[in-house]
Write a protein that binds this ligand. Structure first.
Ligand SMILES: [Zn+2]
Length: 140
């Protein structure tokens, strides 16, 4: 789809998240891991949120996750989302222990079909040449 038709607000890459977005374009989900306290974190930051260390490394996540919480959106938070309604906004917990905001796709937005803790896997959605968003679908 041409990027000019994408009307939703897009993430704005920051210097510390360039690598994250670059990897997402290649279909890889990466999270930061602190070498000093062994805590993984998301979103990418200059410092470890747990201990303040700058000694951070990138880990490729497995892409496996569980549904931590979700909401079915019927009112668009931005006009660009109107065509998607209803959709499932969610916090998913990666196998690495990091929770990230995303969307659940590939399943009807029906609360009877969704349950906390259900197994999910990452599915990348290419938005334009610089942004590919990690979304999650039920694991096969
Ligand atoms: Zn740390």
């Amino acid at each position: 789809m041409p990027s000019s038709e994408y009307s939703k607000p897009l993430p704005v890459p920051q210097p510390e998240s360039d690598y994250y977005w670059e990897q997402a374009r290649h279909g890889k989900l990466v999270v930061q891991n602190c070498v000093d306290c062994e805590g993984a974190q998301f979103y990418p930051r200059v410092l470890c949120a747990g201990c303040g260390s700058r000694n951070l490394e990138w880990l490729e996540a497995s892409g496996r996750a569980t549904l931590y919480t979700f909401a079915i959106v019927h009112q668009p938070p931005h006009p660009g989302f109107r065509d998607d309604l209803p959709y499932i906004t969610a916090i998913v917990e990666l196998e690495e222990g990091v929770r990230i905001p995303s969307q659940v796709i590939g399943i009807e937005p029906d609360p009877d079909l969704l349950h906390i803790g259900m197994q999910l896997e990452v599915a990348f959605e290419e938005i334009d040449e610089s942004i590919t968003l990690p979304k999650f679908r039920p694991a096969r």
